[in-house]
Ligand binder design. Structure first.
Ligand SMILES: [Zn+2]
Length: 231
């Protein structure tokens, strides 16, 4: 059974803002923040809510997907977010407009630290950003997430002429999807390769994982079902 605590916060304009604190079953009791005890469990539970709403909206076009989500769940208080952030998971995923982590995991501002580029490649900027989130913000979970219908992976599987910048984007993907029989296999192979690149190129992440302060996982988001599965 879920317990909710509603806090009314008064703005300078005298308007009431409602914040729900400690909304999900896995939430800890940290006042004014949304810190789950088990980040991976919390992430997958959020995706389960999204997936159910996504499929219901698919069956019934009159369903308002937004109204199905983010009801009675944890929200960080605006006053907290103005001065600090304590995201509990870091996502490295694709820039695809349909792959919005906050949406897919039914989370709210201040919960996820997100790095995105087409094809979710671990470029230097991505590695540095993740090192920042793990070492400074102390996120205990990093997820690399590929997705169905990925245009970047499709491009990497093809032979189209590309601009020099696009070639640089696609080159590491090509090296990670060699011999993949189809797009789904290539997406999965690429995501797993990205996780390997993170471990190979970041002693900080390797050490954090080895001592147990970081969990690094890989997943696949299926647009058909809205479900994220670990791979
Ligand atoms: Zn993509």
């Amino acid at each position: 059974m879920r317990l909710h605590r509603r806090k009314l916060l008064e703005t300078s304009a005298g308007l009431a803002i409602t914040a729900f604190i400690g909304g999900q079953s896995a939430a800890a009791s940290t006042e004014g923040s949304c810190q789950p005890r088990d980040p991976l469990k919390n992430l997958m539970e959020g995706n389960h809510r999204f997936s159910n709403a996504w499929q219901e909206a698919g069956r019934n076009p009159s369903t308002n997907l937004g109204s199905e989500l983010q009801n009675n769940r944890c929200f960080n208080a605006p006053q907290t977010l103005i001065n600090e952030q304590h995201p509990w998971a870091t996502l490295l995923t694709c820039a695809d407009s349909r792959v919005s982590p906050s949406w897919i995991f039914d989370t709210t501002p201040g919960e996820l630290f997100v790095i995105r580029s087409a094809g979710n490649t671990a470029f230097d900027a991505a590695i540095a950003s993740i090192e920042y989130s793990v070492s400074i913000l102390q996120t205990p979970l990093v997820m690399v997430m590929g997705h169905s219908g990925c245009g970047a992976i499709s491009t990497a599987m093809g032979n189209s002429a590309l601009t020099p910048s696009l070639e640089r984007l696609i080159t590491p993907i090509r090296s990670q999807i060699a011999d993949s029989p189809d797009l789904t296999a290539a997406v999965r192979s690429n995501a797993l390769g990205t996780a390997t690149t993170l471990r190979d190129n970041s002693p900080l992440l390797r050490e954090a994982e080895a001592k147990g302060s970081l969990k690094l996982v890989v997943s696949y988001f299926d647009l058909q079902t809205g479900a994220v599965t670990l791979i």
